[in-house]
Design a protein around this ligand. Sequence first.
Ligand code: ZN
Length: 438
Amino acid sequence: MNILIKDVLVLPMMASGREETLFRGCVGISDNRIEMVGHDDQEADRFRREHAGSLCEIDGRGKLLMPGFINIHNHVAMTLMRSYADDMPLMPWLTEKIWPFEAKEQPDDVRLGAELGIAEMLLGGTTTFVDMYWMQSSVAEAVCRSGIRAVLSPCFVDNRFEEFERDLMTVMDTYVGNCDGRIGVMIAPHAPYTCSSEHLSRALELSRRYDIGINIHVAETESEIETIAQRYGKSPVVYLRDLGIFERPAIAVHTVYLNDEDVAILKQYGVSVAHNPQSNMKISSGIAPVVRLLREGINVGIGTDGPCSNNDLDMWEEMRSASFLQKVATGDPCVLPAYEVLKMATVNGAKAIGMEGQLGEIAEGRLADVILIDICKPHLCPQHDLIANLVYCGKSSDVDTVIVNGRVVVEQGQLLTLDTKTLCRDIQTRVEEMLRRH
Ligand SMILES: [Zn+2]
């Protein structure tokens, strides 16, 4: 399939800088790659001639084209528990509500929950997500069917390690390399306080053996800092460093409570951070030192976290919250300006999943994960600074078209790959049935 998007405002988000922030031009997609990024009609005409006979043309007038968002931390199937447990502290939330509910989950529940969350993400312009959960092979089914791209991270706590090993093998053997190459894999120990040193070391060994990265919640709450200090006499970051976890490509999720040594370790080992501002606010975890991490040169991307600690999967809201929260925390309205937050949601996300130069940018040769935003909306006008409008006023409902891996999956705001009405009806029936299970 070849696609020509003509007469469109292009926001390329190149990692190299802001040299050419926004220009009017055209983008040509061939198979699953961006083949042409042009500035004038002649380049569009040339692409049209070269692909005559098998070309879909999209009129980009009134639209802005940019890379799809990369949500680097999610537990997508937790849509099943959206609004099931709110306004509670983290540990009772986990032990009294979340974990007992999860004990009832079957693979088909997880698949259905994942489809619902993926539908929400695609409609809002997210084209890649990193998931951390049980039964990732069921999430893989939803990823294949929906057309989204994902890095799936089978998760474990101590009493679910054998199940995790089986899930990891299934994801790697059955899905990675299939589904048009849209599925990658990482290993996800849940957290330093829920995984023993022995299991963390075994996970590290698997990470080395299969050459895949590690994705773990770290330093999320003050109580975690106290627990790890009591058990091991060190901070969670130092503890994981001493085990060797950061010798692998890694995403440290949350990192709300960091001391100077912790920051130096993240920098030294090139660990990426997943910042989840709305989850951190909702669970009263605290405020991650994002400005400081970025100034140290640490790669920070954005995640929504799961949909029962947020409670949605909306990267627009997450970007806005990230910026506002840092302005509040530092007392400085100049920090985390709009363009830097957009980079976190695109370029930095690509780097965190080892796909720098492949995703997160609009340039020739990149994978064709592209979104078109309808900018003719009252809340996006006037356009003194369109990038500021995107970050401070943009909404999921502004997303008109979503292309993943060269395939149109959302057209004029409608999802083509899944039936959202049926999904909404089925999920309600399913959770009511789950709550009756013993
Ligand atoms: Zn999480």
